[in-house]
Design a protein around this ligand. Sequence first.
Ligand code: NAD
Length: 302
Amino acid sequence: MSTIKTIAFIGLGNMGGPMAANLVKGGFDVMAFDLSQDALALAKKNGCSTAQSVAEAVTDKDAVVTMLPAGKHVRAVYGGADGVFASAKAGALFCDCSTIDVQSARDVATEAKKLGFTMVDSPVSGGVVAAEAGTLAFMVGGTDGAFEAAMPVLDPMAKAVLHAGGDGAGQAVKICNNMLLGITMIGTAEAFVLAKKLGLDPQRFFDISSKASGQNWSMTSYCPEPGPVPTSPANNDYKPGFSAAMMLKDLRLAQDAAQTSGTSTPLGAEAQALYAMFDNLGGGNTDFSGIIQMLSGEMGKD
Ligand code: NAD
């Protein structure tokens, strides 16, 4: 049985705010810290106590959960002079749920272990809606023991908690999966653009291709063409959903990892370039499926 009762939650943004609220609902005593006073005020409303520094938040807590923008923030929060490593209780559990580069995840986990802490990297799939509903999917990297220790902490925020492998494996799964998603979304969008140019009715194309070998998740669950999948953001002015800016971030992380590991991923590189172009044209805050508007040449038209 888990002995974890008290949790420090650091990084209460769009995702972390509702995740911390779900830990409170799960019966944990949660102390929150964020650089933003507005985020702290909201956390208080949601039943967290609040701290004015990382050190104050983590002191004497059984576990620490972090949900921060990028690798540099995670390195600073864990390793800084008043950071988690310097102030956490001996043997505490750390779950970093941020999406960051694999190398930072591995370096921070190695340092945590050296200091006698238990750590997992546990990035999530699912956006703000899933964070609010407590239905995120966690991809966890760490030892078997660390995974088991993290399970009761992640569970109140999750519909699934999946063990991906050793340190950094959660981040590795997340960026490989999202690289594939970016590529299939662009491929699916291109197929619809060409189908229409060739005079096909998009619904007919969907009906046939979704039962043929072109079938894929971007088509059947998240179709970029309005119509065939009523729940897809294409039917809601491409409101996210999962923003193109977030997809671009993950594609960049995938390319970083490809470079560091000496892996050739030409389609991943092309997907990154196309999402960067979409972002430059103002598409960053639209759903990532909205890239079909750029590919069809409709972007910017009234
Ligand atoms: P966000 O920008 O809304 O929140 C990040 C929070 O971290 C902010 O409130 C910021 O003030 C805080 N912060 C930054 N540096 C800090 C520090 N040193 N100490 C304390 N707090 C600090 O971002 P988000 O949308 O909540 O995303 C968080 C992470 O989750 C990112 O890594 C993102 O890639 C990932 N993610 C986001 C989504 C999504 O749909 N938003 C989905 C999956 C994964």
